[in-house]
Design a protein around this ligand. Structure first.
Ligand SMILES: Cc1ncc(COP(=O)(O)O)c(C=O)c1O
Length: 399
């Protein structure tokens, strides 16, 4: 049996510059959650987004937790968020003793439906109990529709926080993700468009909130020669060593973005016209960072379910992942209110994330496309688990 290399969904992609900066940080002995690399990472990140500052923290989840805390979310409050997201978005809400209320996505963007947000805010106002915040999610690198979401939030004077964990480098009406709402959080988890080996960043146009985030993230230590604390804080700062890796990655962001977009265009070109396969739409209001290219599989037209296709890819040693299972279908959030939910449920049932890492080679992505096309041709896996381009020439009709 021929063995082929495994193709991963979105592996880390680091190079010589990250290594150089990491060793530089190590040798400088700034092996702590302070140091020059951390300062530079924050500064260059803020500059890239055109923000007055940025606070590097230990994870995207920590950044979300801090943001919610700073806008005043507390026990028994409600926070409206997207049901179609990774659990960290909703988990952060629960850390404060608050309750998430889930909203469906639009089929056109996969992000929070602004019409449903307005409806839910109106219903909350009628009940005399507005949510403490709204948390929008920039899904798979596509910004939420901020003009509409912010209009609804302003009408009811509810602050909006952006979970931009997946969206570094994306734009909305020409402006970078992270510039919308009161605060925004990013993730540098190993699978993201840039990684620090784990970490996150919090940004806001309000400098006083940035100062407060830095204070809360360092155990809320008051200015005093001894250890003085007037409130409860967190140990959430990023290590200087990890910031060095993040800095190297940030400096490569344009190249990494171009590579992911190249994969997205390739998949669109080769899979977009296959019966039963649709590539996640790119909203006309912005430019996705193409963090993960996702497709939906219509079993009636494609001849297999998303799960069968995923298993088929797995047999070809290709990692793919179902689209996020919506939060309103998760046992952990049973009992939470949801408005809509059918769009997200259908995207989960049919959606599949394809290998999209910036280190994916042209051969790798050909293998992915071949494996999918092969399913259509044969309706079963290749006998030895491998694929070849000869499928194309033998069967031009499936291209
Ligand atoms: C939408 C979303 N929110 C939050 C997070 C949490 O980020 P982290 O893993 O850095 O805590 C992630 C990714 O992991 C994510 O995809």
């Amino acid at each position: 049996m021929t063995t082929v290399n495994r193709i991963y969904l979105s592996p880390p992609h680091v190079g010589a510059e990250e290594r150089r900066l990491l060793l530089e940080a190590f040798e400088s002995n700034w092996i702590a959650p302070v140091g020059p690399h951390l300062d530079r990472f924050e500064q260059e990140f803020a500059e890239r987004l055109g923000m007055p500052g940025a606070v590097a923290v230990s994870s995207g989840t920590a950044a979300l937790h801090l943001a919610l805390h700073i806008v005043g979310v507390a026990r028994h409050d409600e926070v409206l968020t997207s049901t179609l997201t990774f659990a960290a978005t909703a988990n952060a809400i629960t850390y404060l003793g608050a309750r998430p209320v889930f909203l469906d996505s639009t089929a056109a963007t996969w992000t929070m439906d602004p019409g449903l947000l307005e409806e839910e805010l109106e219903a909350c106002a009628r009940r005399g109990r507005l949510p403490k915040a709204v948390m929008a999610v920039d899904l798979y690198g596509q910004c939420a529709d901020y003009d509409k979401l912010l209009d609804a939030c302003r009408k009811f004077e509810v602050p909006l926080i952006a979970d931009a964990s997946e969206a570094l480098g994306a734009t909305y009406r020409g402006e970078p993700a992270g510039r919308f709402g009161e605060m925004a959080a990013f993730s540098f988890n190993g699978n993201k468009i840039i990684t620090s080996g784990g970490g996150g960043m919090l940004v806001s146009k309000r400098v006083e909130w940035m100062a407060r985030a830095r204070y809360l993230a360092t155990q809320a230590r008051d200015p005093a020669p001894h250890y003085q604390h007037s409130e409860i804080g967190f140990n959430y700062r990023m290590s200087n060593l990890l910031a060095a890796v993040g800095l190297g990655q940030l400096r490569s962001l344009d190249r990494l973005l171009a590579q992911r977009r190249g994969h997205n265009e390739y998949y669109r070109r080769h899979l977009g016209s296959l019966p039963g396969i649709d590539v996640m739409p790119e909203a006309s209001y912005g430019r996705s960072n193409c963090w993960l290219t996702c497709i939906t599989v219509d079993p009636n037209r494609f001849g297999a379910t998303r799960e069968t296709l995923r298993q088929h890819l797995e047999m070809s040693n290709i990692e793919s992942r179902p689209v996020w299972k919506p939060m309103h279908l998760q046992p952990a959030f049973a009992g939470c209110r949801v408005r809509g939910g059918a769009v997200a449920a259908r995207l989960f049932e049919r959606g599949l994330c394809l290998p999209s890492g910036s280190s994916l080679t042209e051969k790798d992505r050909e293998r992915v496309v071949d494996a999918i096309e092969m399913w259509r041709e044969w309706g079963r896996p290749h006998p030895d688990g491998t694929v070849s381009r000869s499928v194309h020439s033998a069967n031009p009709s499936i291209l």
